[in-house]
Design a protein around this ligand. Structure first.
Ligand code: HEC
Length: 119
């Protein structure tokens, strides 16, 4: 495979590897895992949530009544969010579809949301 055809994810993994090598073992592992998880969460959010919710740090929600992900706290308890996503009880309101996620997907999505919170 040519070097320039690396996907974003592959490049991300390489830079994570670089971080791992450069920093102290335990701290490096924790940080790299957290950021990779958040990256996966961003992919999921892009696919399933971005049609209504603002994702990044400054965007406005395409659906004005849907809160921007960076403003979920304190409105939503992110500690419980992963479980809620797996149970599919994020419903609550007619405009929003119910999602039932696998544990890993739910944790990734929450890691991404957490990385965005303003406060
Ligand atoms: C079709 C549009 C739509 C999509 C797609 C959507 N949402 Fe929502 N979501 C909404 C709206 C509208 C609200 C606000 C409803 C309200 O406040 O009554 C909302 C509210 C929420 C809330 C706050 C709930 C609460 O208890 O206050 C969370 C968390 C949330 N959405 C997460 C997500 C996640 C995660 C995804 C993707 C997996 C997603 N949403 C996809 C429309 C959507």
């Amino acid at each position: 495979m040519k070097r320039c055809s690396l996907t974003f994810k592959q490049r991300l993994r390489r830079s994570i590897l670089a971080v791992l090598v450069a920093s102290s073992p335990l701290a490096g592992v924790a940080t790299a895992q957290a950021s990779e998880l958040a990256q996966q969460g961003q992919d999921i959010a892009q696919r399933l949530c971005a049609s209504c919710h603002a994702l990044g740090r400054a965007e406005r929600s395409p659906m004005p009544t849907a809160p921007a992900f960076r403003r979920m706290e304190p409105r939503v308890d992110l500690d419980q969010m992963a479980e809620r996503l797996q149970d599919g009880i994020i419903a609550g309101h007619p405009e929003m579809p119910t999602f039932v996620m696998k544990e890993h997907e739910a944790r990734a999505l929450v890691a991404y949301m957490r990385s965005l919170q303003d406060n």
